[in-house]
Design a protein around this ligand. Sequence first.
Ligand SMILES: Cc1cc2nc3c(=O)[nH]c(=O)nc-3n(C[C@H](O)[C@H](O)[C@H](O)COP(=O)(O)OP(=O)(O)OC[C@H]3O[C@@H](n4cnc5c(N)ncnc54)[C@H](O)[C@@H]3O)c2cc1C
Length: 472
Amino acid sequence: MSTAPAAERVDAVVVGGGIGGLTAAWTLALRGQRVVVLEADDVPGGPVRGGHFATLPDVPVDVGVESFAVRGAAVAELAADLGLTGAAPAAAQAWGFSAGRTFPLPAAGLLGIPSVPWAPDVRRAIGWPGVARASLDRVLPARLVNTSSLGALVRSRMGRRVTDRLVTLIAAGVHSATVDTLDVQAVAPGLLDAYAREGSLSKSVGSLRRNAPAGSLVRGIDGGIHAIVEALVGHLNASADEWGDPAAAGVRCGRRVEAIARDGRDWRVTDAAGAVVTAPRLIAATPNVAPLLAPILGVEPPTATPGAPIALVALLLDAPELDTAPRGTGMLIGPDSRGHGTHQVSAKAFTHATAKWPWLAERVRKAAGPGVHIVRLSYGRLGDMVVEPDVALATRDASVLLGVDLTGRVRDHLIQRWDGSLPPPTPAYRAALTGFTDAVAACEGLGVVGGWVAGTGLASIVPHARAAAATI
Ligand SMILES: Cc1cc2nc3c(=O)[nH]c(=O)nc-3n(C[C@H](O)[C@H](O)[C@H](O)COP(=O)(O)OP(=O)(O)OC[C@H]3O[C@@H](n4cnc5c(N)ncnc54)[C@H](O)[C@@H]3O)c2cc1C
């Protein structure tokens, strides 16, 4: 007689409750399917997570993802479908800090690659010698290019200053990785196709920018990006309520999946406690599932380079001097900023959140009065020493970067670690991924979603997850 626990059978099981898994699950639920999401962590959403300062409980703060790229309309559409209101960032510029210089980041670029190498804001960032080298991009033969990584591409066409002072900052800020580890197609979709047409990198960036919507390249959500996760979880749990089983939640946290097997046409998914869910459809929404699927698919699982040890510190500051947003919406900091001035800056980026998001400024003003600000500093680049930031370090960094002494002005703080959450999309990883996803495509009832296949960021993950769930 079998002693195996009874399995629960549903229409689809999703492993991983990050934005990719939740989006796919909701797409299936909208088609009338009974969907269960199994999430290892105690909280769903991965880095799409909210928090609040203990002294400001009614003001939601994003402690991971805080915006989405507007390329494509999928995230905005998802938010609208969920009844959420989009939020535009303030028009103020972002700044860069590199080689001991503070400068507004050039406006018309892509990942820091300028579309007009001689524009005044580019010149301020890279100086005349940098402009002269970058402008060669317009006259060099198109065949003189190295596409083996983002760093190689930019260096080969526009030289070191654009690479080191602009692209390195953005790549580290967005991907927590060095430019030479990043696959061009993964981090800048469409750029190589545009290059094949235009024969110049800066012209390619210009053509991609012309095709993008006008205005800012990112957007947020009134109430924080994490409202998307809260709404998805709410809808999935509500749809599970309709199954008539009061115990059936759509999104189940604390359920680490440890084994996957095929049982006829069904997938049999077992978690660490031995609980089993079976379904004819399986969506793998985390790279941790790849080794469990590999023996079934008969292929090697793609192995990613581990992501950087990332920490995020949010400070609630009494600082009316920041009302003027002295560094615009925030700042990206080059790896060469160590040793500048009396204090070595360890942060790789900071966002002046109350300057960037008018909805947040308004809520902070209502809850805490005027002159109170929120800044978020992030730490951790791939290959750097692990930084364990505390309030004192973050306050010193913020003081240097904002040019305002913030000592004794911190009302409250939040520290959140996201170690390993951003594995860099290296060319080797992307190549290994292709064999794996080909095998997935040939396997009935199996889909893979999430940043590990679609590329980093909500703008890549959401449309991919919706399409994958719709076709499984
Ligand atoms: C600090 C930070 C800031 C960021 N800011 C932005 C931003 O502003 N804009 C933007 O677009 N992107 C941003 N990103 C990138 C973005 O967060 C990711 O690309 C995206 O959240 C990845 O979503 P995902 O669903 O693919 O993966 P994840 O969110 O990692 O979801 C995978 C889930 O699977 C779960 N899991 C793992 N193993 C198992 C298992 N065995 N069983 C069950 N569950 C399992 C994990 O716990 C996790 O919840 C940021 C990332 C970080 C770290």
